[in-house]
Design a protein around this ligand. Structure first.
Ligand SMILES: C=CC1=C(C)c2cc3[nH]c(cc4nc(cc5[nH]c(cc1n2)c(C)c5CCC(=O)O)C(CCC(=O)O)=C4C)c(C)c3C=C
Ligand SMILES: [Fe+2]
Ligand SMILES: [Fe+2]
Length: 382
């Protein structure tokens, strides 16, 4: 890992030296982030519960710290059990550096490219990243969501935060922005997921492999979010369909939902209940596939590996999980292809956002969403 990282750093230094004097095109990798160490769990949860774009709470400034504090011991234990923290920063940096290096070759017109990380709930957050971009003299940036499928609660929250920080002056107003807002059916992403499923399928005996049920599992959404017209459920289903087409529909499959929090109604069927149901139906082989998050986190390493898979085995199911994309070279190449396609289209159309990003959820009542869309449609800055 250290060796690979050094190679990336050397190649980045070389790339920046080749383009000496030219400010980099920034590719800002937006995601939620996770606590790198167990003691950072509380602040992560506090920032998460303070996010009104994700969870609007009554008296949020006061209720969020209270809920975060109450929830911290349980979540700290989960991060302890998966090895002491979230690997998301390490993987996002690795993915970003690999992507930027490829981009210099694929789209030399906008080289040098430099990847930045902007997390929502842990460092580096938008303000810190913006400071780094200013020091590098960035004038052109792409806000590249690292959630493959769009939800107002994830990508929408990151874009609202970018808008707020631009309005408060924390993000330089000179920067020309464009947005990659979703890429859940991009062939490179689909290929990377499909290859990881094939690797998991290979763990079954040749006789039983074709009977294995492929169980795609994604973080659920509260029904209140689904019912206001959030596109996430549809887009996750589109990813699943594209992956299954690539796998020639050789196995039966279902899409189920995990990680519900709190007492309200969430999108189902729940992953745990689905595994129990499959056991009841006499299914003996299952591959669980994380489809809505690109690196490992507590939902893969804790919920799936330590809870669901264990329980399924107790019910007599042989279960394997498809790896998260993490450091997959196929996935890193996909990120570079997605960014290249975006840069090419932008150079021709000068359109900073997709048509789809322009439409608010029909039931959206969050005024910031409209302001953010108006600001981004003008490329930010003005
Ligand atoms: C695409 C992925 C995700 C969507 C959509 C999503 C929506 C969503 N989440 C909450 C509440 C919580 N999520 C929490 C953790 C968490 N969420 C995601 C991804 C999505 N969330 C991940 C990857 C993680 C774990 C991060 C890690 O490092 O492992 C948490 C905190 C954990 C807990 O307390 O259980 C909460 C709370 C809502 C309300 C929501 C949609 C509105
Ligand atoms: Fe979540
Ligand atoms: Fe909205």
């Amino acid at each position: 890992m250290l060796h690979t990282s050094n190679l990336f750093t050397r190649s980045l230094t070389r790339s920046l030296a080749t383009h000496a004097g030219k400010s980099p095109t920034a590719i800002v990798m937006m995601n939620m982030g996770g606590p790198e160490t167990v003691p950072e769990t509380h602040d992560f949860l506090k920032n998460l519960f303070l996010d009104g774009d994700l969870i609007p709470l009554p008296f949020q400034r006061w209720s969020a710290p209270y809920i975060a504090k109450r929830r911290t011991p349980q979540i700290e234990q989960q991060y302890t059990d998966i090895g002491g923290g979230s690997p998301i920063l390490r993987y996002t940096r690795l993915q970003g550096e690999g992507m930027a290096r490829l981009l210099d070759e694929l789209h030399p017109e906008t080289a040098p490219h430099k990847a930045y990380v902007a997390f929502r709930y842990v460092r580096p957050m938008t303000t810190e990243t913006a400071r780094e971009m200013k020091a590098d003299g960035v004038k052109r940036a792409i806000a590249f969501t690292q959630y493959p499928q769009y939800s107002c609660s994830t990508t929408g929250s990151s874009l609202n935060e970018l808008f707020r920080k631009a309005k408060s002056g924390d993000v330089d107003s000179d920067i020309e922005w464009s947005v990659i807002d979703r890429w859940g059916t991009h062939p490179g992403f689909i290929e990377a997921v499909a290859q990881n499923i094939e690797k998991a399928l290979a763990k079954f005996s040749p006789e039983t492999r074709k009977d294995a049920v492929i169980l795609f599992s994604a973080h659920s959404l509260p029904m209140s979010v689904v019912n206001r017209g959030d596109p996430y459920i549809l887009e996750v289903a589109a990813s699943v369909s594209a992956v299954m087409d690539r796998l020639k529909n050789a196995n039966p499959y279902r899409l189920v939902w995990q990680s519900q929090v709190g007492p309200s109604a969430w999108m189902g069927m729940q992953t745990g209940a689905a595994l129990k149901g499959l056991a009841r139906l006499g299914k003996k082989q299952v591959v669980i596939v994380p489809i809505a998050f690109t690196s490992d986190h507590i939902e893969t390493l804790y919920e799936i590996d330590l809870e669901y898979a264990k329980e399924a085995r107790e019910h007599g199911i042989e279960v394997h999980r498809a790896d998260s994309l993490n450091d997959s070279p196929v996935f890193i190449r996909a990120l570079a292809d997605i960014a290249t396609q975006h840069l090419r289209e932008y150079s021709q159309t000068k359109r900073p956002v997709s048509v789809q990003l322009g439409l608010r959820c029909p039931g959206c009542t969050n005024a910031t969403c409209q302001q953010q869309k108006t600001w981004l449609a003008k490329g930010g800055g003005q």
